[in-house]
Design a protein around this ligand. Structure first.
Ligand code: EPZ
Length: 423
């Protein structure tokens, strides 16, 4: 099993290109199920999760071709051969549940496995089912699968207010509503940039949608959607992750394709911590204001608040900040598994419930550590950049789900990072 070896060394300098967003691509791909005409995505990230989604769509009868070294996904769904998303695929990748809304809209029925728990939490689907029931779906749980069907064979427009602004449930509702009969309104909708990107793509396909990026999205159902070509939006989580490399190790790095608007709340926190971020024609530049980082308090929230997907990476930086930082995780119930691994590197972290208290130490010490989930794994690599000695991060298959060419991107700015045979 592969591992990543990181040698703590000096500052990082240079440019890192940012790829298309995994979490946008994973909701854009199921949109091919909504039309019998071709949907082509450009600027697609080269990640194992994208391969998993391609396999799932293929199992439903869609044709997915990966072109131009994976940057282009040419998809078409003339007709579906199945409406079933199996447990063995869904348990590996929760985003597989994003075929539920499109299948209901296109075929009037779907059988989608519940994902089961994952490292960061139980991650139920009650918000998805109640949202789709507002569109006239009948959903029953049987042997671990959601058996869903549109009453009368076709979804009907409806209004629904979510108790929590779930990203996936918003995406399932919006995709399903594009072909429902009549008008649909989703209140307390999620506002993430990936949802805005999905709506822009659906609009190119002929959908009639307003309000994306706000907490109220209105969809006027249409009879059919046509094909389109759409570029995947820049990955704000990959962007934020690599912005922390110069913050942790020193130096100045330009993140190509980055824009402040994608990470405003994160940039505000970096500013508080003593890190400058400014826009260039090519993207974003990041540089520490002095030789140390100030402790800051962080609370994760739905967009536009501080992203939960950057919490682990922020903790890696705060482990060597001057002072004590409090990180409060409000989105997932178990998203501090990177803390014990960082403590193996000498970090001083005290986790109680949803709050991690991080007392900055002078320097971390490299150590063998284990990746537990996608964002925890990259936080260990960031911590290793400035640690004394070597850090060996095992189980890096987690990393390959969300970070393309990670070693190459960090090597390009002078970091000593390489992939080795793990134990
Ligand atoms: C998306 O997951 C992202 N994944 C996650 O990124 C991200 O952390 C999350 O949004 C929050 O921003 C993709 O877009 C593929 P939610 P999603 O529904 O849609 C609870 C990464 O690292 N909930 O907004 O599953 C849930 O348990 C991944 O790239 C319910 O209770 O997130 C969680 O506590 C990790 N019932 C919270 O809401 C439901 O029906 C947020 O979930 C659905 C969710």
């Amino acid at each position: 099993m592969d591992a990543i070896l990181v040698k703590g060394n000096g500052p990082v300098n240079g440019q890192i290109p940012i790829a298309g967003a995994k979490n946008a691509c994973l909701t854009l791909m199921p949109a091919t199920l909504l039309s019998d005409e071709p949907l082509t995505l450009t600027n697609a990230p080269r990640l194992s999760d994208i391969k998993t989604m391609s396999a799932l769509l293929g199992s439903l009868g869609a044709e997915v071709s990966s072109l131009n070294d994976g940057l282009v996904l040419a998809m078409s769904t003339h007709n579906l051969s199945s409406v079933r998303a199996d447990y063995d695929i869904v348990r590996k990748m929760r985003a597989s549940n994003l075929v539920l809304g499109p299948l209901l809209a296109r075929e009037g029925h779907a059988v989608v496995s519940l994902p089961g728990g994952c490292a960061i939490g139980a991650r139920p689907m009650d918000l998805h089912t109640s949202a789709l029931e507002a569109l006239g779906a009948e959903i029953e749980l049987k042997d671990g699968y959601l058996h869903a069907k549109a009453i009368g064979g076709k979804l009907k427009g409806g209004t629904h207010e979510m108790r929590f602004a779930s990203v996936g449930a918003t995406e399932n509702f919006v995709m399903a509503a594009t072909l429902a009969k009549g008008t649909s309104v989703l209140k307390n909708a999620a506002r993430e940039p990936e949802i805005v990107d999905l709506v822009q793509c659906l609009r190119k396909m002929g959908a009639q949608i307003d309000g994306e990026g706000t907490s109220e999205i209105i969809i006027q159902g249409v009879d059919r959607l046509h094909g389109a070509t759409h570029p995947v939006v820049t990955d704000r989580i990959e962007l934020g992750t690599y912005m922390l490399a110069p913050a942790i190790a020193g130096g100045e790095v330009e993140l190509l394709g980055g824009r402040i608007a994608l990470v405003q709340s994160f940039v505000d926190k970096l500013d508080e911590a003593g890190v400058d971020v400014w826009e260039t024609d090519a993207g974003l530049k990041v540089k520490r204001r002095s030789d140390h980082i100030n402790a800051v308090d962080v609370r994760t929230e739905v967009f536009p608040g501080f992203p939960t997907d950057l919490q682990a990476q922020m903790m890696a930086m705060l482990c060597t900040a001057q002072g004590e930082s409090n990180l409060e995780e409000t989105i997932f119930e178990n998203r501090f598994m990177h803390a014990p691994e960082l403590m193996r590197m000498g970090a001083d972290i005290d986790v109680h419930g949803g709050v991690a208290k991080v007392k900055g130490v002078k320097r971390l010490k490299g150590a063998p550590v284990m990746a537990t989930d996608l964002r925890a794994s990259v936080s260990l690599i960031l911590a290793g950049l400035a640690a004394e000695g070597e850090t060996l991060v095992s189980r890096v298959y987690h990393l390959d789900r969300g970070y393309e060419k990670l070693e190459q991107k960090l090597q390009a700015v002078g970091a000593k990072v390489e992939r080795v045979q793990g134990n």
